[in-house]
Design a protein around this ligand. Sequence first.
Ligand SMILES: *Cc1c(COP(=O)(O)O)cnc(C)c1O
Length: 384
Amino acid sequence: MGSIKIPFNRPYLTGKETYYIEQAVKSGKISGNGMFTQKCQKYFEEKYGFKKTLLTTSCTDALEMAAILGNIQTGDEVIVPSYTFVSSALAFVRQGAKIIFADSRQDHPGIDEDKIEKLITPKTKAIVVVHYAGVACDMDKVMFLANKYNFLVVEDAAQSIDSFYNGKPLGSIGHLAAFSFHETKNINSGEGGLLAVNDARFIKRAEIIWEKGTNRAEFFRGEVNKYGWEDIGSSFLPSEIIAAYLWAQLENLDKIQQRRIEIWHQYFRGLNEWAIKNEVNLPAIPDYATNNGHMFYMVCKSTDQRDQIIRHLEENGVYAVSHYLSLHKSNFYRSRYIGDDLMRADKYTECLLRLPFFYELKHEEIELIINTIKEVKQILGGNA
Ligand SMILES: *Cc1c(COP(=O)(O)O)cnc(C)c1O
């Protein structure tokens, strides 16, 4: 047993990555917005109906583009869940926004949609919703408020590829959405991301911001005969080498998704009864949401219980991990946070644990992880 090692994540290689990278290199065009970038963008636009997509070097970059497009300025307020990755807030902080942190739901780490309205003020310019573990927020409630109070909705869809809300692809509902292809996500290119633009008003400017504030993309399509400086922006586009790698992954998206969802169900079936007995909450998927097999998490009854499970797994060569630390309590934001306590975000900070999850995780390995977790009951004296 001692020699078994199951990492938390292992990026999956489909086998075609280096072949496509070689093609990109040999084509002599390896800067951004070439053939592989176009192929990837077209794939997303056709498969999920996003009006316009732009590959970026990360989800963080796509969120920064969203903050620029939303004209977020000093003093504007942006509502963001506290229980999320830094970038959901950081991209807006860089534009000078004041972040209004929101709490999570009782049954899910995503934003508590019923508590959003009381956070809205005349200064509210945008909301960032995060579909945690690829499970949709209740977007009808969010869009209703956005229309009523006229603010921008940005979906942080970093974890949400190929997941749906009432049949609509995640990332297609808000005005803008950001996906991640970081190596920990379902589809990866090492680092990588995508901005999806659903509100056509933003398309032209998004392309300019993407290409260092120039209208180079228009020039590239032959729509103008020279290009120049038009707006602010940055170098948000990845090289063709990254796009080529991503293309190999996208070709296998359906296969990857199918296997990941099987893994998720094996964990759920294997742990459900144990979890109920031990007051551990397994993920709840609301009727309006789908499960895209991004992550398998559990919410323990206490930090002690969580840490014992992590320790016992580690002693057996299995690497389970906790997740976010509430952003309103981060070193960076704590001193300027003036809102209420966010008890649920804190609960997930203290009690949530994620199990190893990757395409090549084997049936027997999952069985071993499940059985190892079940031993913890005895360690805790049968009352954990
Ligand atoms: C992974 C992740 C990000 C950051 O993605 P990068 O591509 O690494 O910038 C942002 N938000 C959420 C919710 C994430 O899971």
